[in-house]
Design a protein around this ligand. Sequence first.
Ligand code: NAP
Length: 254
Amino acid sequence: MAILTGKVALVTGASSGIGEATAKLFAHEGACVVVSARRSAELERVVAEIASAGGEAVAVAGDVADEALHQTLVVTAVERFGGLDIALNNAGAIGLNEPTPDIALERWRATIETNLTGAFLGAKHQIPAMIARGGGSLIFVSTFVGHTVGMPGMAAYAAAKAGVVGLSKVIAAEWSAKGVRCNALLPGGTDTPAGREFATSPEIIAFVEGMHAMKRMAAPEEIARAALFLASDASSFMTGAAMLVDGGVSINKT
Ligand code: NAP
């Protein structure tokens, strides 16, 4: 039997990359999935592809910095599919790449809003729905950037993603005894539209690949499988963890 049969999952940032791959894998494993991002047409494509593969999904478009979106996502999960068991708070963006003294406050705030405040707002509305269901698995997508490697030009992104790790540990301490596990997933460089936005030349691609002990970036599907582990009962004794899935960036010195 598929390992998420009977489960309801919510995935933000599901219009491309890691979120799209994970929404499709969750659906393949039997979950009903609520997918979200700003681009409706891309979301509808993902929903149609899930449906044509025999799965079930519904799209709700919006910006993760908007609290009303998160209310709607949870209400959709409950009204369409009966509750919420799994949430992958994955929506994120690197933002502008510039040295710390050059970062304008509004650009700092925009990056924090998308990557950290959006994750907090998601959790705020997802936790009560999971408690009502008797428990669940809450996952935040963080990154190796700022965790094991300080990358120049990424101050706001690194700060936001480190914030997500702290947030996940506090939520784990607050809610694990009531059945809501909470973990952070820290991918290495992944071949997605965001990854390609950063790796803009053969030299940068070679540099990023070289940071990994495996000397390559991940496919989004490889990160999706790690998300499936955290979402499923395969990780039933895991909470408050920051799980690196980084192709060995953290141990690579060459
Ligand atoms: P991606 O393909 O660009 O996906 C990012 C997703 O987030 C898209 O679906 C995008 O959809 C959504 N999104 C961005 N800003 C949003 C906003 N304000 N409101 C709602 N949705 C928003 O990139 P990805 O690499 O899969 O990134 C997924 C997550 O993995 C991110 O949190 C990223 O920081 C993290 N990550 C990526 C890498 C990497 O190397 N690729 C490594 C470590 C961690 P719309 O544009 O349609 O809104």
